[in-house]
Write a protein that binds this ligand. Structure first.
Ligand code: ACO
Length: 427
């Protein structure tokens, strides 16, 4: 079957069927309005494919996530964040030479222009780091006007390396400024994650002691966040890119979209929720009952997902890592126990079963980051650092498509009909 027939007002319309490489099926309605005058309406895009894409595959019913065809479980076990980032952006695993070259490019671009450092002075000390991140990413673009217009392959590689490398420098500097500590320069011999931890936690007179297991756990968190097909922030990046905006502006917009508590902000909200349960001595059972009653609109943060209706494979991987990291750090502040009790109760409760609500990636990632010493208000920034490769790859898909149209959804207007303007003295 390559078409489907839709009958409207007694007239038949033949609509093409699009089949993905994993046999996902869609009805192409792009010509429907021209032919019939009807549009399709799908509030929240829950049943709308906004594009075709070759980057990430998700089967939400089976709990499958693959970047460029590689399973998330295998990448989590065998890859590093930088190798995964390269794979997502360029479509296959890099050769050793390609990976070495890209790592060298990252080292080359890890510093910020001195002019950019003054931008931090314009932010109040308690400025939300996501605001700083978005503003600074856009500002980085201003220092490279040659990368804001048309790009050849080598320009793109340079822009991608700048973004991936500088984003951790920007993030760590935002944290240091907020704590009044001096900004640390990256150390070229360090790997990506090591350098981030160094810039976050070292002092000029006291280098941060790196535990390889913690470096590995953070690498893993970044890998698991590296892409997730057409989520809110990635769709934002594509939307902005479709208007012809440059890579830096498009990614800066993605950061803003990620900020929201229903999206990237959920990892922070999870830890706040767990801390609240601990502080108020509310029993986990009572809390779940409140969620089910939708008291004050509260939700079980870190539960539920628009696409995963069975389990989130990222959450499964992180659950075991959370246990290990907490043991390693000798921490037991009770949050993981509360989280596990919440999960046990919710996973056996009809409310959550019927609505297919399972722990998502944010349910355990916050607990791990807290154990590593990442401050709460930096959790969503960590998500953004991880998601940069996915945003870059999605931007490139739009940029490379000669037939790309500007993203411009329609709407059904439900406001007032035509009415007369009333002069101000007569209202
Ligand atoms: N706790 C309690 N109830 C929930 C939850 C939750 N976490 N999530 C959904 N529900 C309920 C809704 O109230 C609704 O109930 P109803 O049928 O009685 O009206 C039903 O489940 C369906 O929920 P929707 O909001 O329609 O689901 P949607 O797919 O639009 O939302 C979302 C997905 C935003 C992730 C939602 O599950 C949620 O708010 N979760 C908590 C926040 C969170 O963890 N976000 C992180 C998502 S992952 C990410 O961005 C990396």
């Amino acid at each position: 079957m390559s078409t489907v027939t839709l009958t409207l007002d007694g007239k038949d319309y033949s609509l093409p069927i699009v089949r993905g490489t994993q046999n996902e099926l869609a009805i192409d309605v792009s010509k429907l309005r021209d032919q019939s005058g009807y549009i399709t309406l799908d509030d929240g895009f829950a049943n709308t494919g906004s594009c075709t894409s070759a980057i990430t595959y998700i089967d939400g019913d089976k709990g499958i996530l693959r970047y460029r065809g590689y399973s998330i479980e295998e990448l989590a076990e065998k890859s590093t964040f930088i190798e995964t980032a390269w794979t997502i952006i360029w479509g296959r695993l890099p050769t050793p030479t390609e990976l070495r070259r890209f790592s060298m490019l990252l080292t080359e671009h890890e510093l910020l222009h001195e002019g950019l450092r003054h931008h931090y002075d314009g932010f109040p000390p308690d400025a939300p780091p996501m605001a700083i991140l978005s503003a600074m990413i856009n500002s980085v673009g201003c220092y490279h006007p040659e990368l804001l217009t048309s790009m050849n392959d080598s320009d793109f590689e340079e822009a991608a390396a700048k973004l991936i490398s500088k984003v951790r420098t920007i993030a760590a500097a935002a944290y240091r400024m907020s704590t009044g500590r001096p900004i640390m320069y990256a150390i070229p011999e360090y790997g990506y994650v090591q350098n981030f931890l160094h810039m976050m936690f070292s002092l000029p007179n006291q280098p941060h002691v790196m535990d390889p297991d913690i470096v590995k756990a953070l690498n893993l968190i970044l890998i698991l966040h590296a892409d997730h097909e057409q989520n809110c922030s990635t769709s934002t990046v594509r939307m902005v890119a479709s208007g012809g905006a440059n890579l830096f502006a498009s990614v800066a917009a993605g950061v803003c979209a990620l900020w929201g508590h229903l999206h990237g902000g959920a990892n922070q909200a999870v830890v706040e929720m767990l801390e609240d349960i601990r502080k108020t001595h509310c029993s986990v059972k009572d809390f779940v009952e409140k969620v089910k009653r939708k008291e004050n609109g509260i939700k079980l943060m870190g539960f539920g997902h628009r696409v995963y209706k069975n389990f989130d494979p990222r959450s499964k991987i992180l659950r075991d890592v959370a246990q290990k990291v907490l043991q390693k750090q000798g921490q037991n502040d009770g949050l993981l126990n509360i989280a596990q009790e919440l999960a046990d109760i919710a996973l056996n409760d009809d409310y959550f079963i019927q609505r297919k609500l399972y722990p998502n990636v944010d349910f355990y990632s916050g607990i791990i980051m807290k154990a590593i010493g990442i401050p709460l208000n930096m959790f969503t920034v960590m998500f953004a650092i991880g998601r940069i490769p996915g945003w870059i790859a999605n931007w490139k898909e739009i940029y490379d498509n000669p037939k790309q149209k500007i993203y411009r959804p329609r709407q059904i207007y439900i406001g007032e009909s035509l009415r007369d303007y009333v002069p101000i003295d007569m209202r």
